[in-house]
Design a protein around this ligand. Structure first.
Ligand code: FEO
Length: 169
């Protein structure tokens, strides 16, 4: 059984994961319109992963105190100046998600809610990976150059990164 404060944060995280999914799907549409099909596919897969993050939370909330509740969501950002801005926004967003997860971990510990603390460890690890992934992509973009022909190579690079991630499972 969770405290009201914990339940509120868990439900807030449900919304944040759905928003993340919407944001990445919206970003993927921008990339698709620019002909960056590798980036678009990467972001679409990312959008699906975010729904998995939401589903795990949803089940956990209902299996424990429940009920899981969805709130209102803001529209995701749809217009970008460049593909670098897309991925910079992605990294900034992941940092926000990490902060939200950390807030839940701190509350779980302070309330001695060890079931939630234990459940959240998966998200702590996942956030390290997600931030590192966006950071690596941005480093490669700066290395290759995100203009003219560089864009083509970046798109290829991101396609490769995605298939490596998919093969890891
Ligand atoms: Fe579910 Fe990208 O954090």
């Amino acid at each position: 059984m969770h405290s009201d404060a914990m339940l509120k944060l868990l439900n807030r995280q449900v919304d944040l994961e759905i928003f993340s999914s919407n944001q990445y799907r919206q970003m993927s549409a921008w990339c698709e319109m620019k002909g960056l099909l590798g980036c678009a596919a990467f972001l679409k897969a990312q959008a699906e992963e975010e729904l998995d993050h939401m589903r795990k939370l949803w089940d956990f909330i209902n299996e424990t105190s429940g009920p899981a509740r969805m709130g209102a969501l803001e529209a995701p950002k749809a217009d970008f100046e460049s593909v670098i801005e897309v991925f910079e926004s992605g990294l900034a967003h992941e940092k926000k998600v990490t902060a939200a997860i950390n807030e839940m971990v701190e509350l779980a510990l302070s309330e001695k809610d060890y079931a939630t603390f234990n459940f959240l460890q998966w998200y702590v690890t996942e956030q390290v990976e997600e931030e590192a992934l966006f950071q690596t992509i941005l480093e490669r973009m700066h290395l290759i150059g995100a203009e003219d022909r560089g864009l083509y190579f970046i798109d290829q690079e991101i396609t490769q990164m995605r298939s490596q991630l998919d093969s890891k499972g």
